[in-house]
Design a protein around this ligand. Structure first.
Ligand code: SF4
Length: 262
């Protein structure tokens, strides 16, 4: 059991499934990285910031450990669902040692609504066993130490670093992949290369906020299957060949109008 918990748990994705967040045929409609991309990135972020003034992480947490666990649970799951799960989970498991000692079957049942619960339970237990054994039960604040933990990949580490530690960190999830490609700020599906592309265009002090802005835009406007292009604040900057022609400028739609959530 211990050995299994210490393995780097596989990312919870389904084999053969289309990458979530990518519309059918998206690969064939990819745009190239635009010229003067840094200037475009500055302009795009300024517009997104005006449009989503409350862009922030939507996972509920109070400590780095809670954010680490919540981010592991958020793979292939909405933040709202994760918050429902962690509301009771964090009352029971308060320290890394609590999670490290968890009965796998019990933890699986407790996190089942978040999906991929077997992988996630082993990842949380293995990760917390390592935290206890090597970090005194504390979450380390470096990329190297975080990604050495079982079940912690670069995206999770960036979420923790950027939000719990306030460090420059740009996390690439399915929304960031889609939005950055459609806006011509990158031209690849590889999250690590997208992170490099975006970090080269955006000043480090803005990396964490840029993550939130891209995620909000992808979540509430630039949706995978039916993007709300008529209401898009960066329509003019979008290079996506499949974007529909705009009839007339749409009304500003702020995320506060949560009716658009998908
Ligand atoms: S115009 Fe449409 S596809 Fe382009 S960024 Fe805006 S919502 Fe996304």
């Amino acid at each position: 059991m211990r050995r299994k918990a210490q393995q780097k748990t596989r990312r919870p994705t389904s084999r053969g499934a289309r990458r979530p967040g990518r519309a059918r045929g998206e690969r064939t409609r990819r745009v190239r990285i635009r010229p003067n991309a840094a200037e475009a990135a500055r302009r795009i972020l300024a517009r997104l910031e005006r449009h989503y003034p409350d862009a922030r992480i939507e996972l509920a947490y109070e400590t780095p450990l809670q954010l680490l666990v919540a981010t592991i649970l958020s793979a292939q799951c909405t933040d709202q669902r994760v918050n429902q799960v962690t509301r009771t989970l964090f009352q029971k498991y308060r320290t890394a040692a609590d999670f490290a000692r968890a009965d796998p079957a019990v933890l699986m049942a407790e996190i089942r609504p978040s999906g991929f619960y077997r992988n996630k339970a082993w990842a949380i237990i293995g990760c917390c066993q390592r935290l206890v054994a090597e970090h005194g039960g504390e979450v380390p604040g470096t990329m190297e130490a975080l990604t050495a933990l079982p079940g912690v990949w670069r995206k999770t580490a960036n979420v923790v670093l950027g939000n719990a530690f306030g460090k420059p960190a740009l996390a690439v999830d399915t929304h960031v992949i889609r939005v950055a490609n459609r806006l011509g700020l990158t031209a690849t599906d590889d999250p690590d290369r997208i992170e490099q592309d975006l970090c080269a265009l955006i000043p480090p002090a803005r990396w964490a906020q840029a993550t939130h802005l891209f995620i909000f835009h992808g979540r509430y406007t630039c949706k995978a299957l039916r993007p709300l292009c008529d209401r898009c604040p960066v329509y003019e900057d979008c290079l996506w060949p499949a974007k529909p022609k705009r009839q007339a400028p749409g009304p500003a739609l702020r995320p506060a109008a949560r009716a658009v959530r998908g």
